[in-house]
Ligand binder design. Structure first.
Ligand code: GLN
Ligand code: ZN
Length: 720
């Protein structure tokens, strides 16, 4: 009978204990022992949850920061003699670069081989005392996601690395290991497949049972994974466009266990456990099947307890713990036990949140809703006449520090202990302070500071109809940072202005232009759980129309610059490039709907963070903004290489300050980033700004860093 297996359960904890513990240690409130004990306890709780629902689960999934980084430490790519050294590599001046983990909003630390003697060695035993299902990220994924590998040595390195894995398995005497190899779902070259085969060959000689897990998409030529000397293969049967399932029909199992990922690990919709059970039954005719989740469950909040969702929606969704329960329900149905499963699926197909007027608007979109009539070359002249900005204009990306005070007051308001009126007065006070600070620092384009926003997506989710917020559904995005993805369940509509009051107030306090600040459709979708009952493009256009209406209201209020953040534009792209056109088509078009009908003299900015630009620059240009700001500092401006190959005729602000770290860069440290970029970008098109919003920073860091940014711009103007 089919067994169940769960993996990737959130480490964050229901009360975000992970965050409290680690940040407590950083702040000196906890000793190392207290931290270690706290994390161990948190992990015990996770494992208790697994045990309630599934037959087996991996051991050693817990980390103090990031599992890819841990794996790099285990195999000696980095070394940390102490916990403080460990954290120094995660954050701070010499931290590893961070980037998005596949097409998710989780960020991992990128191992960098630059200037490294590549000699793998067992550097750290993370799995002491563990024998079964030891959790590790696999050697291919580890190398594939690293950067600056010595040219032409991939096969050789992978082989050497696999040999170290083998040594590690033997050293610990593992009975079985769980190897995550999500990079197997990328579009691999023949050379890479050969390299994997060769590297995995060394595993033939070990008694350890190796179960290799793939997820987030299908594996091209899945048979090759079944041919590897492994005991089990995990496949994603949810986000695979049906490609894994159809391949399984013709696959020779070679005696391997199939870990059938039938429960969605990335989206919240309840599984139709009856349909899933059918799939399992069918597969069981040929395979030894284990029922599992498709993808790491930490993309979901811990559980539904206490979530502030309408009951109609509760009946449709499942978070991580409920997904584990679904694994059990599927096994039940396979065994003929159907009662609990029946009540579980009762509400899943009930229509909820239909708005005919919104659907009508989307149906009526025409060419003029996607295309701006005035070309960029003319728009930029009109804008410059109006804005009269100096060379190297300085600005920030939107948010200013969300201080304890700001968060405390917001909480009071949410709890009903502070009236809306008093809350508004408080926010206005913060905006006024921020404007004053920006005046004093001498920035050219101001922001209002986003003090009223808990989060750039959740804020809009609260304002828009058709999107629900969860109240307590926290998910890690990187390190200890977490956010609460909203749930897009119905047709999305703006019923009144969402941000105009604050922006207009900020603008009333200064002669400098204040940017209207919005989050774009792709990012709202990417950082929410999106409905799947209508095409995602339709959802994007619905949101775009809401943004378009907001911009029209900005224009009436005299706002001259609007920034539409599309931080998730690259991340949301499918893993396989062959599926890109389909995605970017609606992604680009939804951005164009936002601003196509805005005035040509209204300057449209976009902002993206942590984007690998090279391959998508054409799509980015097609968004037809006037100015874009992007992250660049941790990669020391490497990103500019992407611009060398195209005719990038728009204005651009390259981030010169890594805002993810408390370190304040000097003018001398920032200048090379700009100097390098100026070889590619004409000086007239260049803005100077931080990498991203400053909400996680303190004013004590912001003020000197921005002062340096302004000084940098002054020096650049003199040198120009
Ligand atoms: N405007 C947002 C902010 O400054 C942008 C954040 C982001 O790109 N992640 O907070
Ligand atoms: Zn950003």
């Amino acid at each position: 009978m089919a067994k169940t297996y769960g993996y990737g359960f959130p480490r964050l904890g229901k009360q975000r204990e992970f965050k409290t513990l680690i940040e407590g240690y950083w702040a000196g409130k906890l000793t190392e022992e207290e931290l270690r004990a706290g994390i161990a306890k948190l992990n015990d709780k996770r494992e208790e949850t697994y045990k309630k629902y599934v037959d087996a689960f991996p051991k050693g999934e817990m980390t103090f920061y990031d599992n890819l980084f841990d794996t790099a430490l285990i195999f000696g790519i980095y070394s940390a003699e102490s916990l403080d050294e460990y954290f120094n590599l995660c954050r701070g001046k010499n931290a590893l670069e961070m980037t998005k983990w596949f097409n998710t909003n989780y960020h991992y630390l990128v191992p960098d081989f630059e200037g490294k003697e590549v000699e793998f060695k067992l550097g750290w035993n993370k799995h002491e005392g563990i024998k079964k299902n030891a959790y590790l990220i696999g050697p291919f994924t580890l190398l594939k996601l690293s950067k600056n590998l010595p040219e032409g040595k991939f096969t050789e390195l992978l082989k050497k690395l696999a040999a170290k894995y083998l040594e590690y398995f033997k050293f610990n005497g593992f009975e079985s290991v769980h190897l995550d190899e999500p990079a197997f779902v990328m579009e691999l070259t023949d050379g890479e497949v050969e390299a994997i085969k060769e590297a995995y060959k060394s595993f033939e000689s070990v008694d350890t049972k190796i179960n290799v897990f793939t997820y987030y998409d299908s594996v091209d030529n899945l048979q090759f994974v079944f041919d590897l000397p492994v005991a089990g293969v995990g496949v994603d049967l949810v986000h695979d466009r049906g490609e894994n399932l159809s391949q399984l029909e013709n696959i020779d199992p070679k005696g391997k266990t199939l870990y059938a990922g039938v429960v969605d690990g990335r989206n919240v919709w309840r599984s139709d456990v009856f349909k899933k059970a059918e799939i399992i039954k069918k597969l069981s005719e040929k395979f030894d099947v284990v029922i599992t989740n498709a993808a790491l469950l930490f993309h979901l909040p811990v559980n539904l307890k206490g979530a502030t969702l309408p009951p109609e929606l509760v009946a449709k969704v499942a978070f991580a713990e409920e997904k584990l329960n679904e694994l059990k329900l599927i096994a039940d149905v396979v065994k003929g036990k159907e009662d609990e499963a029946r009540s579980w699926v009762e509400g899943i197909d009930r229509a909820f949140g239909v708005r005919e007027n919104v659907r009508e608007r989307v149906r009526n979109l025409t060419e003029a809703d996607f295309n701006k009539p005035v070309p960029y070359a003319e728009r930029i002249k009109l804008q410059q006449e109006r804005l009269k900005l100096p060379l190297f204009p300085t600005t920030t990306i939107g948010s200013f520090p969300q201080t304890q005070e700001v968060r405390r007051v917001r909480l009071l308001n949410r709890r009903g202990q502070l009236s809306d009126k008093d809350y508004e007065t408080f926010i206005k006070g913060e905006i006024a302070k921020a404007i004053k600070i920006q005046e004093e620092l001498g920035l050219d384009v101001f922001v209002h500071g986003e003090f009223e926003r808990s989060d750039m997506v959740e804020f809009f989710a609260e304002k828009l109809e058709g999107i629900a917020t969860t109240g307590n559904g926290w998910v890690i995005s990187y390190g200890t940072r977490s956010y609460r993805p909203p749930i897009i369940f119905g047709d999305v509509e703006r019923t009144e202005p969402m941000t105009v009051k604050e922006i207009a107030f900020a603008q009333s306090l200064t002669d400098k232009p204040v940017k209207g600040m919005l989050t774009g459709p792709v990012t709202i979708i990417a950082w929410s759980y999106c409905r799947e009952d209508i095409p995602v493009s339709k959802v994007a256009y619905q949101i775009a129309l809401a943004i378009r209406d907001e911009i029209a209201d900005y224009e009436k209020a005299g706002i001259k610059i609007v920034q539409i953040d599309e931080a998730a534009f690259r991340e949301k792209a499918p893993i396989k490039k062959r599926n890109w056109d389909e995605y970017f088509d609606w992604a680009v078009k939804s951005f164009r709907v936002c601003h196509a009908r805005s005035k040509p003299e209204t300057q449209i900015h976009s902002h993206m963070c942590y984007s690998e630009f090279g391959e998508i620059i054409e799509y980015i240009l097609a968004m037809d903004f006037d100015v874009i700001s992007i992250e660049a500092s941790r990669s020391k401006g490497d990103i500019i290489e992407a611009f060398e190959k195209v005719n990038f005729d728009r204005q651009i602000g390259l981030g010169v300050w890594d805002i993810h770290s408390p370190y304040v860069p000097s003018v001398e440290e920032m200048k090379p980033i700009v100097k390098r970029a100026l070889k590619v970008i004409p000086k007239e098109n260049f803005w100077v700004n931080p990498d991203c919003g400053l909400k996680t920073r303190r004013w004590e860091e912001c003020i000197p860093a921005i002062r340096n940014i302004v000084t940098l711009a002054h020096e650049l103007r003199e040198e120009a």
